[in-house]
Ligand binder design. Sequence first.
Ligand code: S3P
Length: 181
Amino acid sequence: MGSSEQSKPNLYLVGFMGVGKSALGRKAARELGMRLIDADHQIEKEQGKKIPEIFADEGESYFRNLERQFIESGHPEMGCIVSCGGGLVVEPGMKDLLKQKGVVICLFASAESIIERTSRNKNRPLLNVDDPAAKVRALIKEREPIYMDSGACITTEGRTVPEVVRHMIRSYEANERSFRK
Ligand code: S3P
């Protein structure tokens, strides 16, 4: 890790499944000279299992504990953009924990876009139900107040990737100073 990377407070990307946290995080990380860490991938690597298997074998609350451990002590304190699974910030205490650890940005999109984007893969156990569109709508409704209170909210709707990344970087730069160590 370079010295400028070390001095940069972490950026936590939150928001619903399918908004593009990982892809947008990767691009922003490249531009900011930070390292992208995907919470889901880290957990999968440590457990030696894919998310659907963890849900099936151990259950959702076990997975939520893994997410909590990852945020509490499983990743570097500086220099990272952390792409968080969609439910991570929703669990009790997690929103405040993320806000203590670094800058939080919430990405959002319309339910229609999310339904369309999440229909392309079957790796999300919560949407592996008879009516995934209804489930997306119900979960968005339930989670929206928490997402909206988690940090700067940036829409991806009707914007190109470079546009969203520009907004993300502006928001990060406006908020990161108070976290410098
Ligand atoms: C989840 C979102 C997923 C993954 C898991 C649960 C959720 O991550 O953590 O399937 O509860 O919203 P993505 O947001 O990266 O799809």
